[in-house]
Design a protein around this ligand. Sequence first.
Ligand SMILES: O=C(CO)[C@@H](O)[C@H](O)COP(=O)(O)O
Length: 223
Amino acid sequence: MIVLSPSILTADFGNLQEEVEKAVRGGCDWLHLDIMDGHFVPNITIGPMIVKALRRYAAIPFDVHLMVENPDGLLKLYADAGADIVTVHQEASGCRHLHRTIQHIKELGLKAGCAVNPGTPVELLEPVLMDLDMVLIMTVNPGFGGQSFIPSTLHKIARLRAMAEKWKPDLLIQVDGGINAATCESVIQAGANVLVVGSAIFDGVDPEGNVRKYKALLERRED
Ligand SMILES: O=C(CO)[C@@H](O)[C@H](O)COP(=O)(O)O
């Protein structure tokens, strides 16, 4: 099964409750929450209080992507806010002891993910692959929604899928950035099974209909 996790980054932030409710009504599997600190990436978004507030309007897994430096001290805040999956970045300062950070996420009762930027080789994650539930391959440089998919990331997805077959066959492989109707088939073919879709869903027009469209597209290819 391919999981659809809409990213609220391009949603109407003045109306987040309604935007989230629309995505949920459309039938999305998870909700992807982009947390940016203005240091790891040149943008600032939301914190645990907003995650907690949104939790009231969605009974689906919250997939929290921490684009922050020094995530360790924040993990409990996001666990308490209602996160189900927390993903940290391999490149973040404070992730030098990545294995320890992953254990910390798991001790909080959450699924653990690790993200890599387009310029980071996935091979760096091999030593911790069997400890991870999910690897997020960034298919754009993180920080902003609405960017174009970087084609060279396809090779990384395929290499990670091959590594996963050896070390962690049930690894979730998430892709994030520039995923839309034109790019989703190639990332799935390469081995991705969790799609983060931002601007192609939260387009300011019809998030609910867009979720339905993507779910139908994914279901058709499974038949
Ligand atoms: O984490 C990020 C960007 O840093 C993503 O979640 C994007 O926001 C996805 O948006 P689109 O590329 O699909 O518009």
